[in-house]
Design a protein around this ligand. Structure first.
Ligand code: RNT
Ligand code: ZN
Length: 418
């Protein structure tokens, strides 16, 4: 018996002593999808090649070897995917369209511009998710898009929103796997506005026009993402939390909660159970803000664990779509994907390894002493042995071994990109 299996057998007994079946827990984990964001691979650049990143988001660092085209990005994704356990999806932005060198305006994008991505996903048995891109574009350069005061500019972005939903519908249909399309717009003011209402009314009107177009719900569903502030929109963001919470409720949309889009001491883990009373489904952008919405690589933090716990404890696996949203250009970009996504799965594994029934019994009986004792003991249970075994079972490297593969790839592939 290998040492990994031996350690697992011991861990299995240990968890059994508190009423947890590790085999069942792993089985559950195998059905929790995480949507990998393509934009970590190239610092949110995309393939349009004519606009710098804008919209108040920033990927800092200049680690060599960034993917310069779709083939390189797919090759890097192949590498990352091979090192991560679990059923992954891929999350694309519209700026990752492949237009064969021709300039296609964003309001004219078609499903055919994503056919190579669809083929890739098909071959990997992965679902796709999608995002219209309301940034890094001349028509977004003054910080407003769907809420712009100029109707012509608004119309352009409305058309982009509609085009994106049609692309997403085609993706969902082709893959027989519902696509989630997320709407995030950067619109906001650097300084104190005189009128907070009018841009919000315009945003509502634009969204209404985008969503008025009939799309097959089984192929695509839409989410809306709120934000507190961004670089250049410190004083006012049109699409605030209250705006989108209301919009999602009133219009049966998914609410997207990004971990970096609230006050620094506010956490999204506590919002999940509240939001799900009022909306059917939510989308998460699991990220890590450091002092601001900096989109650092996700670490195995208390908040990451709390997010996973909420999903599992509430039995929300089918109603919470887990997406990742971070971009770090200061470390190997493939490693960034692998670190963040393995951490997401680690947190989920910890969550499915909880004796949730027991904890709830303690709580309902008013025995908060036992609740605290068990929650604390769980922290030193042999989780790592179950994780290693799970990785082995899923055919991905155990421990830090995946890093050797990333380093080898860096040498042979990334270093050659100039
Ligand atoms: C920005 C939002 C948004 C983007 C991606 C690229 O603050 O979090 O989700 O990060 O769409
Ligand atoms: Zn986000």
């Amino acid at each position: 018996m290998s040492t990994i299996t031996q350690a697992y057998q011991q861990a299995k007994e240990c968890y059994a002593s508190i009423g947890v079946d590790t085999d069942k827990a792993m089985e559950k984990l195998k059905h929790i999808a995480v949507s990998l964001h393509c934009w970590q691979g190239d610092d949110v650049s995309g393939f349009e090649n004519d606009s710098a990143l804008s919209g108040g988001i920033q990927a800092t660092g200049n680690y060599p070897g960034k993917a310069r085209n779709a083939d390189e990005l797919r090759a890097d994704l192949d590498k990352a995917v091979s090192l991560i356990p679990g059923p992954l999806r891929l999350n694309l932005h519209s700026i990752y369209a492949e237009t064969g060198g021709r300039k296609i305006e964003r309001n004219e994008l078609q499903p055919e511009h994503f056919s190579a991505w669809i083929d890739w996903a098909k071959q990997k048995h992965m679902g796709l998710d999608f995002n219209p891109s309301f940034f890094s574009h001349p028509k977004a350069s003054d910080g407003f898009t769907l809420s712009h005061i100029d109707q012509g500019i608004r119309n352009y972005w409305i058309e982009h929103g509609i085009a994106s939903r049609k692309i997403a519908e085609a993706m969902g249909r082709a893959l027989d796997n519902t696509c989630i399309t997320n709407f995030w717009v950067p619109d906001g003011y650097k300084d104190i506005p005189a009128d907070r209402l009018a841009p919000r009314m315009r945003l509502k009107d634009s969204l209404d026009k985008i969503f008025a177009v009939d799309i097959d719900q089984s192929c695509n569903r839409d989410a809306v993402e709120c934000k507190l502030f961004g670089i250049g929109s410190e004083s006012y963001v049109v699409g605030s939390h209250e705006f989108y919470m209301g919009y999602a409720m009133a219009n049966k949309k998914l609410l997207c909660l990004d971990a970096g889009h609230f006050h620094p001491t506010e956490v999204i883990s506590d919002k999940i159970s509240s939001a799900l009373i009022w909306v059917d489904e939510i989308l998460l952008h699991v990220s890590r803000g450091v002092r601001w919405d900096s989109d650092h690589v996700v670490t195995l933090s208390d908040e990451l664990r709390a997010i996973a716990e909420e999903i599992v404890r509430g039995d929300f696996v089918d109603r919470v779509h887990i997406g990742l949203d971070f971009f770090d250009a200061s470390i190997n970009r493939i490693a960034a994907w692998v670190i963040g996504t393995r951490n997401m799965y680690k947190a989920l594994l910890m969550a499915v390894l909880e004796p949730s029934g027991k904890l709830r019994e303690f709580e309902n009986a008013g025995d908060f002493t036992s609740r605290l004792v068990f929650l604390e003991e769980l922290k030193s249970m042999p989780f790592a042995a179950v994780w290693d075994y799970f990785c082995e079972q899923q055919g991905v490297p155990v421990g830090t071994k995946w890093l050797d593969e990333v380093k080898a790839y860096e040498k042979s592939v990334l270093a050659v990109r100039k």
